[in-house]
Design a binder for this molecule. Sequence first.
Ligand SMILES: OC[C@H]1O[C@H](O[C@H]2O[C@H](CO)[C@@H](O)[C@H](O)[C@H]2O)[C@H](O)[C@@H](O)[C@@H]1O
Length: 600
Amino acid sequence: MLLEDYGFIGDLQTSALVGRNGSIDWLCMPAFDSGSCFAALLGGPEHGRWLVAPEAEPAAVNRRYADGTLVLETDFETADGAVRLIDFMPRRGSGPPRLVRIVQGLRGRVPMRIHLSLRPDYAAVTPWVEAVADGAVATAGPDAFHLCTTVPLEIRVGTVDSEFVAVESGRYRFALDRYASFEPAPVVEDAESALARTVEWWREWTGRCTYKGAYRDEVLRSLIVLKGMTDETTGAIVAAPTTSLPEALGGVRNWDYRYCWLRDSVLALEALLAGGYTGEALAFRDFLLRAGTGDPADIQIMYGIRGERRLTEFEVDHLPGYEGSAPVRVGNAAAEQFQLDVYGEVLSVAYKGAEALGRIETHMWPRWQAVIEHVEKIWRDPDDGIWETRGPRRDFTQSKVMAWVVFDRAVRIAEGFGLDAPLGRWKRARDEIHHEICERGYDPVRGTFTQYYGSTELDASVLLIPLVGFLPPTDDRVTSTIDAIRNELGRDGFVSRYSTTDTDDGLPGDEGQFLACSFWLVSALALNGRVDEARALFERLLGLTNDLGLLAEEYDVQAGRQVGNFPQAFSHLTLVGAAYAITVAERAHGADPVDGAPAV
Ligand SMILES: OC[C@H]1O[C@H](O[C@H]2O[C@H](CO)[C@@H](O)[C@H](O)[C@H]2O)[C@H](O)[C@@H](O)[C@@H]1O
């Protein structure tokens, strides 16, 4: 199936991908980063899935989220009638992780088919399944699963099947819980009250959205997706709920995104803050304080969702990969990289948080100061860069821009709140970095900022220059950089991060057009005063979302398909940032982007 064929549901601790054919092909329980129990996405049905669908091929499939929620409704029209499949994961509270599927007969009598094959530990294990009074229990090592239903079941080793006829107005309920096999099966809440509670919770959450700018529906959908990637118990935000969906179909650029990158999370938070969601910002701030606590020299670029530091990367050889794109990787070696930009993102969130609260908590200031002092020592060092390339370290221009952000925001906080700080020293560092970037990161002959000092290569990450306030959005160097990136990194109007032929990223093959960079281009154009061009590109990008408004990391222009992990926080948070930038540009051209639009 195409990535566009999947819908996303979740319970704020994990999530699942539901195909438009009624098959759930990806689910990790109990947490986003647990071993999968359904991994058909990265192989075939034999790697675990849960199908609930009409027996006959449907003539039409229409789906949507119930208004303001992450509850998915898929309508199947067949020659026998019509049914609705309602899929959701209720918020847990102290209960187990649970996936609920309700079949509602809409018209006629529709023969339905259920096929559940649980394959825990990334499809390494086939569980033993036995019948119980209210359904079936599957056990495999530490994992046990309870399928609760009143529909008759056929049980075999590793699978549960069922056939029944859905009649008009009939409701057929299935709930799958995961629990520790050494504990008793949990007592289950009935599916209908779980549905009512879930809808009510999401509607209360979306009802609090304060965003009133352009493209509100699309922004709200993206905020729901970002919330769905948030672990509400720890405050962490995952970059995506999947691993190893390829950046190029059939290629090796396959990574595990089920972790909390400081960069992605901080930018996601800025998007959530733009929607009025300060609670998420504070929860992530606390995550950051716990995970990154101690010597600032030990701050990692990413953590596990509970703050784990060791994210050892390995390959799962028995999974063939999405459309044969091997290897499938678990863990991510990028955790050991040095990426200078993350300090800028951290200081940026400190500034935005203080601005939102109207004060800076006094116990926080020494922590931020320690980070700033660390950056004073390291900002001249070459790093691995925002794209985490596995090639040589460089003086990446975007990394240095974000080092400038550290001192710029430090000065703004200290001056704005009258704090005791070595302001003279910080201002000198800020100005020295600014001067150095304009001298060494800008090619006056071509009129563009470049990928790294002294290079001629381009990199779409320099589109952040106007968005973080490094230069005014209408500065000539910004205008010509926008045009150079559009012309040289653009493919059918969408932009690549960099050219994989010119840049040594340590990997073979190419990749798709990076959606976040394309949304940054929208923001840069809007703030540059080219709002019509910004809107035109934004609307083309909206045209790439699937019928549920979901976006992967990249778009393969040639294949006309979404590629990369799905759904991807980076794409959705930059969508929000771009809508916000269009709104700011239309309301007051020339507004300060640092205090206005989120820098995403
Ligand atoms: O394509 C190379 C790199 O891809 C991943 O990194 C990308 O995703 C991160 C999470 O969204 C994002 O923060 C980063 O900027 C992107 O380049 C992968 O995690 C890396 O291991 C890989 O080298």
